[in-house]
Each structure stands twice: as structure tokens, then as C-alpha cells.
Design a protein around this ligand. Structure first.
Ligand code: ZN
Length: 364
């Protein structure tokens, strides 16, 4: 059983490598230098290959230097002109982290490599890819129909194509599934899960010591996946794990409330009982929404305001969800959901989720 795969040094491809080894494949890997700002993931990939060799698992590992070509491309991952966006993965700005046509280029090289191995060793070869469902939303080149079409095109253009096939074992899974399967694989192979995953990098903006910030969208997804399997991520973060996890959970809740119209649980928000002087700004775009002078304690469990700030221009939308007729309020700048507006006997009450707000201290 023969497989080739791309080993990025991230957690998905590392999990895939463990799975292939546990399934009994002889594996050859390619790591790509595509001009990414941070080479740390390539160093971590090498460290894992060395760790595997030390434990009796020989994995052929090649480094493909594509930096001269792909550093011309427009992406926050390769261009110094961009900052890496922070926040939840699926936010629109995370599109900046797409490298144009990256996976088509990587897959094309893998296909040529797999065919070469097939001919050299007179064997069938599987091209294994670590793409998962969490990638689909923002990265069109992680979708199954894309690989299906690519496979068809490559088969048309190559002799001996019957020897090579694609395998996408996580296509219906997510990062949590990858980690659970990696845990099982480590057990089968007699490897230390924490050592292997300490030798990975997911962060788009690690510091000069290679420590992850925990704030990029990819970080947040990874942190939540480790949390979901009940383990602390062994990779080194700038902040302690508890702080990093709290930040990721906050980013997740913020996304669910502001972009998916969820509601935070009452009496849990940071600003429910918060009465300092200052302004409350939209947590997504920074637009000023409320002043502390209009804030009052309604006892409902969410921050309440009797009026919006001048110029906040909060949007009011009729909301007929949950069998009620309510007025939903949204940020006019970034269209994020904020909460609801109720007209009560005592006057208007803007009932706002704390997670949608950021507080700025001080009087006008
Ligand atoms: Zn906003």
C-alpha cells in the first residue's frame, strides 16, 4: 500500500500522515515552500519526520521550493503588504488568507509525483489529502467537486492514470475528527500524541520564537478542536492555555451571535452589570453604538440601553423568529446582529448581547 501526500506542518496533514501510517501505508511526503512568511511549519514538519524515523517509521520527505512563483501571488500569507486578519475563520476578511490556485498547484505536483512513484515502484499509489468540511466554506479549492474534476482532468492528460487515485478521508469530518483519529493512530503506532502535535504549526502569525498567537482564525479552529477532544493543545502559545482557550471560546460565541443571530445566555455577558463611563463600540467594526449615560440595569440579564448614540444609525429589522414579533437591531456599518429593541411602558430598551460590544473608557 503506497501513498503520497503534502505535509504542510499543520495539524491536518500531520493527522493524515499518522492515519496513513497506522493504516499500513508506505508514505512519501512533499512539503511546499510557497513563500509563506513563516517557515516554522516547514521546520515542524521536518521535526516530526525525524521523530517518526527515531521510532522506526521511515517516511520519504521532499521539500518543493515554489517560492519564486507563488510569492508573486496576492495573499496575506505571502505578501508583506498585508496583515494577517484575526478572528473567527469564516469571517469575510479571512479570504485574505487564500493563496490563489494554491491547491490546484499542489495537487498537480502531487499527481506528477504519484505517477512517478507508481511507475518507479510498479504499484498503485493513493494521493491522500487532508481537506475537511471546515475548509469548504472559505476555500473553494478544498471542495470535493474540485478534486473530483481535477482527478478527471489529470486522468485525461496522463498515461498510466489508472494507477493513481485521490483519497480524501476527512472530507465529511472536521478538525475534531482529525484529532480523534490521530489519537487512535498514535496508540496503534506507539507514538506520543503531544510530541507529534507540539511539532506542528497552525498559526498564521506566530511570534519570532515560533509561538502561536491563538488569535488567527486557523488558531481558533485548532484550539476549539483540542478543547472538543478534552485535551490542551501541546503547541506553544504566547499566553497560557486557559487564556488562549477563553479567547477562542469568545471568538466562537461572537461569531455565533453577530453572524448567525444567536443570543448569549442571560447574566453571562461581560457588560450586563458594567456601569463605567465610556462608549460601547461594535465588536466587529468598531462603530460607536451606545454611551454609558443611556445604560441601565433592567434586570433582564443583558446590557440595556434607553437610547443609541448620536450617529450610530442602528438598523431596525422586523424579526418574526421563535413565534414572536420583535425588532432586531443590527450594526449599520458591518450588518452584525446586536440584539433587540423593545418599546416598554418605561420607554425604549435596547437589549444587546455583551459579546457584540467593546468598551472604550472615558467621557466625551
Ligand atoms: Zn459593526
Amino acid at each position: 500500500m503506497r501513498a503520497v501526500m503534502a505535509l504542510s506542518g499543520g495539524m491536518d496533514s500531520t493527522g493524515l500522515l499518522l492515519k496513513l501510517l497506522a493504516d499500513g501505508y508506505k508514505v512519501s511526503c512533499i512539503s511546499y515552500d510557497y513563500g509563506q512568511k513563516h517557515k516554522i511549519e516547514l521546520e515542524r514538519a521536518e521535526a516530526n519526520i525525524a521523530y517518526l524515523a527515531k521510532n522506526g517509521y521511515e517516511v520519504e520527505h521532499n521539500l518543493a521550493d515554489l517560492s519564486s512563483v507563488m510569492s508573486m501571488f496576492h495573499s496575506a500569507l505571502t505578501s508583506e503588504d498585508f496583515d494577517i486578519p484575526v478572528g473567527h475563520y469564516e469571517e469575510a476578511q479571512m479570504k485574505d488568507t487564500v493563496v490563489p490556485n494554491r491547491n490546484a498547484i499542489f495537487a498537480s505536483i502531487l499527481y506528477g509525483y504519484a505517477l512517478s512513484v507508481a511507475i518507479r515502484e510498479d504499484s498503485n499509489v493513493v494521493i491522500a489529502l487532508g481537506v475537511h468540511s471546515g475548509d469548504h466554506a472559505i476555500y473553494p479549492d478544498c471542495r470535493p467537486e474540485f478534486y473530483s474534476a481535477l482527478g478527471d482532468a489529470f486522468a485525461i492528460g496522463n498515461w498510466d492514470n489508472e494507477r493513481v487515485s485521490f483519497s480524501l478521508p476527512y472530507i465529511n469530518g472536521d478538525k475534531e475528527v482529525i484529532l480523534r483519529e490521530a489519537l487512535v493512530a498514535c496508540g496503534t503506532l506507539g507514538l506520543d500524541f503531544d510530541t507529534v502535535f507540539a511539532n506542528t504549526n497552525t498559526s498564521y502569525n506566530p511570534d519570532e520564537k515560533g509561538r502561536s498567537s491563538g488569535t488567527s482564525g486557523a488558531d481558533v479552529e485548532r484550539i476549539l478542536a483540542f478543547h472538543a477532544i478534552g485535551r490542551a493543545d501541546p503547541v506553544e502559545y504566547i499566553a497560557p492555555w486557559g487564556t488562549v482557550l477563553a479567547g477562542a471560546l469568545k471568538a466562537q460565541l461572537r461569531f455565533q451571535v453577530m453572524k448567525e443571530n444567536a443570543t448569549e445566555r442571560p447574566f453571562t455577558g461581560e457588560f450586563d452589570k458594567h456601569f463605567q463611563d465610556g462608549k460601547y463600540n461594535c465588536a466587529d467594526c468598531g462603530r460607536t453604538l451606545f454611551d454609558s449615560t443611556s445604560k441601565f440595569d433592567s434586570g433582564c440579564g443583558w446590557p440595556s440601553f434607553s437610547a443609541e448614540s448620536n450617529d450610530s444609525k442602528i438598523q431596525q429589522v422586523e424579526d418574526r423568529s421563535h413565534g414572536m414579533r420583535r425588532i432586531e437591531v443590527r450594526c449599520s456599518e458591518c450588518d452584525s446582529h446586536l440584539g433587540h429593541l423593545f418599546h416598554e411602558a418605561s420607554g425604549p430598551r435596547y437589549c444587546i448581547n455583551s459579546i457584540c460590544l467593546e468598551f472604550e473608557e472615558g467621557n466625551e
